[in-house]
Design a binder for this molecule. Structure first.
Ligand SMILES: Nc1ncnc2c1ncn2[C@@H]1O[C@H](COP(=O)(O)OP(=O)(O)OP(=O)(O)O)[C@@H](O)[C@H]1O
Length: 251
């Protein structure tokens, strides 16, 4: 008689699940039934051409646009109707494309403003310096004097000044020189080994193909592909079909 086999462990529930999400901006119907799952841990990538709806999706998750239909579940809880501060409090941080930093304030002061619960945690600051050594160097300099890549680092550091479960980052490589992109890759590689799950919006496939664990591709307000990044990297036909020339031109 064979030994009874233990049941296979259930797959961990995703950290974030969007189901049938529609978002209207004024008269425009932008998100047209988005279904997306972000697994807990690691780095999920969202790709798509200009105007596909990627930023609108991040803003909808963050409550900056209200979904007109569908559900947004985060860590087992429906957050689709919550206000942005409550969504942030639930553990989601958002780094918009515009690298929101206060130019007149020093890097340290920028970080201080991001700490919701009082003074900066010194140990956490040291931990952040590990990802972004440039911030240590320019800690007492006005953030406005930093390069584009360094400002991007300040924006990300602000978002993780306090522990977060999910970090949404919108096109961090936009307009950055290749050398700076390399240092961002190194930082994201370190960051994805921590407890923070990352959802990264990009158009630069060469930046994300070595970073992403999973990938979703968006077009015309819908997810048209979702799977392991490995599978997309290994399949050039799929890349060509899904990403086309507009993305290839960024490589
Ligand atoms: N405030 C707005 N008012 C009207 N239409 C908008 C607004 N913001 C975005 N849109 C439209 O929504 C669509 C999706 O835009 P979105 O910025 O989400 O795309 P994206 O995939 O992030 O593109 P990109 O890579 O260019 O940033 C586009 O057609 C855009 O013109």
């Amino acid at each position: 008689m064979s030994e009874p086999t233990a049941p296979a462990p259930a797959a961990a529930a995703p950290l974030l699940t969007l189901s049938g999400v529609h978002t209207h901006i004024g008269q425009y119907h932008i998100l047209q039934g988005v279904d997306l799952q972000v697994p807990r841990g690691g780095l999920a990538v969202l790709l798509g051409r200009n105007g596909a709806g990627k930023t609108t999706l991040l803003r909808t998750i963050m409550g900056l646009w209200q979904a007109s239909a569908g559900s947004v579940k985060f860590d087992g809880r429906e957050i689709g109707k919550l206000a942005t501060p409550d969504i942030a409090q639930a553990g989601i941080a958002y780094v918009p494309e515009s690298m929101a930093v206060f130019s007149e304030l020093t890097v340290r002061e920028n970080m201080l403003l991001a700490a919701r619960n009082g003074p900066l945690d010194e140990a956490r600051v040291e931990w952040i310096f590990g990802f972004f050594p440039a911030l240590k160097k320019f800690w007492h300099y006005p953030a406005g004097n930093l390069s584009g890549g360094q400002k991007q680092m300040v924006a990300i550091a602000r978002a993780i000044a306090e522990p977060r479960k999910l970090l949404l980052v919108d096109e961090p490589t936009k307009g950055l020189a290749p050398a700076i992109i390399q240092s961002l890759i190194a930082a994201f590689r370190e960051l994805k080994e921590t407890d923070t799950t990352i959802l990264l919006v990009e158009q630069n496939f060469s930046f994300v193909k070595s970073l992403g664990d999973t990938v979703a591709v968006m077009d015309d307000g819908r997810i048209v592909h979702a799977g392991a990044m490995r599978d997309l990297v290994d399949n050039q036909d799929l890349q060509q079909r899904l990403l086309g020339l507009s993305l290839d031109s960024h490589q």
